[in-house]
Design a protein around this ligand. Structure first.
Ligand SMILES: [Zn+2]
Length: 317
């Protein structure tokens, strides 16, 4: 029996390797990975909150029989690093040098902002709950309150732990059970994105370089670089067979093709708007194209359209 958590589902990929898939309503916030090297255990990404990360760390120990001593941050985004605090102090926390700098520079202000926003949001939800009598809406608001209460629980002592070990290019971990490569091809989703490759198992933990059936947030990175990194992933030898995305269900390399289709569709919509003297608000109001209408995180589509509209405008000026 695998340990259960309200924050994530544990999905075994092969002996000693698990995808940790975030559950709606929990505070994992993003996917993670557990890899047993045979003498040490590594976790890839720590999620959006110490509560979820504590469950992740105990689940890793439970399924491998070994404590976590290595941990990785794929990139600086808060939904992947705010769980860092839950790591045992002796665990080595690793990221690219650039990601370390971005975490140290940006996360403290984000924590302060979250603290303020979360308590405001809870106040708002309580007000709404008092004025609603539709049972379905009451239930939905109740679930939202539960979620923000959970987020709030971590807030008083929340601080970010900054990675102590940095790398550039590639670092390889050799264990009796397997060899694991922590690789960066630069940045696409952010200024610096790291991937965890298990060459013998043909498994890749992609962090947010892959969103699976979920709108990818483009605005903090460079879409052209993103596709260049896909070329590098597709050129891996031996090829990858299973990819664990940062958001969404476990995927195969075919999921990379979906992002290759996504970008030009959005770009064409934005180019048409520029041609017809549209505004950035027009870009944000475009409905989600049918091909992506069943993807999660639909609100990201409008943010992506704004980003691409402004980026393309800047290129034209
Ligand atoms: Zn991200």
């Amino acid at each position: 029996m695998h340990p259960t958590s309200k924050h994530f589902d544990l999905e075994p990929l092969t002996d000693g390797v698990y995808a940790v898939i975030a559950k709606e309503g929990g505070v994992a916030g993003s996917n993670a990975g557990i890899v047993d090297l045979g003498d040490r255990v590594l976790v890839f990404d720590l999620g959006m909150a110490p509560q979820g990360a504590r469950d992740l760390i105990s689940a890793a120990q439970c399924v491998t029989g070994r404590p976590v001593t290595l941990a990785i941050n794929s990139h600086w985004h808060p939904d992947h690093v705010l769980g860092n605090q839950a790591l045992p102090p002796a665990t080595a926390l690793i990221s690219t040098a650039r990601t370390r700098t971005l975490i140290a520079e940006r996360i403290p202000a984000i924590i302060a902002q979250r603290r303020k926003e979360t308590s405001e949001k809870l106040g708002e939800l309580h007000l709404q709950l008092q004025n609603v009598d539709d049972p379905e809406k009451t239930n939905r608001l109740g679930r939202e309150v539960d979620f923000y209460r959970m987020v709030m629980e971590d807030m008083p002592g929340l601080a970010v732990r900054v990675p102590e070990v940095t790398f550039q290019g590639k670092v390889t971990f050799h264990g009796p059970a397997r060899r694991v490569e922590l690789v960066t091809f630069g940045g696409g989703h952010t200024a610096s994105d790291a991937l965890l490759l298990l060459p013998d198992d043909q498994i890749l933990f992609a962090g947010d370089l892959l969103f699976h059936e979920c709108h990818p947030w483009l605005g903090d990175g460079d879409p052209d670089e993103w596709l260049r990194i896909y070329n590098a992933i597709e050129a891996l030898d031996p090829p990858v067979q299973v990819i664990v995305p940062g958001h969404g269900a476990v995927a195969t390399p075919e999921a990379l093709a979906a992002l290759r289709r996504y970008l030009p569709v959005l770009q064409r919509l934005v180019d048409d708007l520029h041609k017809n003297h549209g505004t950035v608000d027009d870009a944000a109001a475009v409905p989600v194209p049918a091909a992506f209408s069943d993807w999660q995180e639909a609100s990201t589509f409008a943010r992506n359209m704004r980003f691409l509209f402004e980026r393309t405008g800047a290129n034209h000026d």
